[in-house]
Design a protein around this ligand. Sequence first.
Ligand code: NAD
Ligand code: AKB
Length: 319
Amino acid sequence: MRKILITGALGQIGSELAVKMRGIYGNDNVIMSDLQAKDTHKDLIESGPFETIDVLDTKKMAEVIDKYNINTVVNLAAILSAVGEKNPALCWNINMNGLYNVLELGREKNLSIFTPSSIAVFGESTPADKTPQDTIMRPSTMYGVTKVSGELLCDYYYQKFGVDTRGVRFPGLISYDTLPGGGTTDYAVHIYYDALKQKEYTSFIDKGTQMDMMYMPDALNAIIELMEADGDKLIHRNAFNITAMSFDPEEIAASIKKYIPEFKLNYDVDPVRQAIANSWPNSLDDSAARAQWGWNPQFDLDKMTQDMLEKLRIKLDIK
Ligand code: NAD
Ligand code: AKB
């Protein structure tokens, strides 16, 4: 039976992954942790074990792993791309030293470890269309640098010490539960909130900027399916290209207009996040994930838009 510790569990992914995992593995077998408890997630925190853990504090993390007999860590504690460009030292410290601490504990305590990578591993010299699984990785952001280094470090711990490390390169994730934590793809979440609240959105990403995206239910399935996949069939491990859709701001706006015809899209482009977006692929080739562990996303753009608007109407109490 898995006993899972999730770090950074109150973020965009963790807050939904914890609920899904508690449904599969049992409430007491999924230990949530984050820097501190947040009032916004009171019910979630009270639905099972929660511990305050800073991933830079190896001693505390080791104590929690021993206390609950943890055998699996999903390491979600991280600083994302836009915040990382504002504070590169913090981004390096948490993304690299936090991961190193988790991997060292994995080696000592024989843990399975899942760590998400990102489309941010790619850069301007990477082929932008149908970006292959194995290709040029020369990112231009500190976040991207930490993600490439993280993939290599996870590979090293698998090859050198036999630690069962696994990961995917997530594209931008879209969800209605917890707001994103400061990335470049965040516009594709905020657009739904503003479409419902004020029927208008001002995008910080310019028209024509294609990026890969995915709806959160597919992302959660990816984590669990890869964690549970037969390790002998995994050639890549850290990390697999996965994608569900690719669109630019005009295309997501067109999808929203099918449900809110008066919706209007404006632009006020942020040069920092636009430069990051320009350096990322237009679309990924995820055939390795499909072949090696059966990756098969369920949501395309219109299906996601319909579900996002339905769920957000209830959350925001908008008729
Ligand atoms: P998020 O910013 O929403 O959440 C990160 C969480 O980490 C926050 O709750 C924060 O409090 C916590 N945290 C920060 N510093 C910490 C520390 N020192 N110790 C413990 N916790 C700390 O991020 P997310 O979107 O949930 O992303 C999780 C992982 O998935 C990250 O590795 C990220 O790079 C990756 N990823 C996310 C996306 C996306 O679109 N959300 C896309 C690609 C990859
Ligand atoms: C970000 O924009 O930083 C994240 C990511 C794609 O890694 N959403």
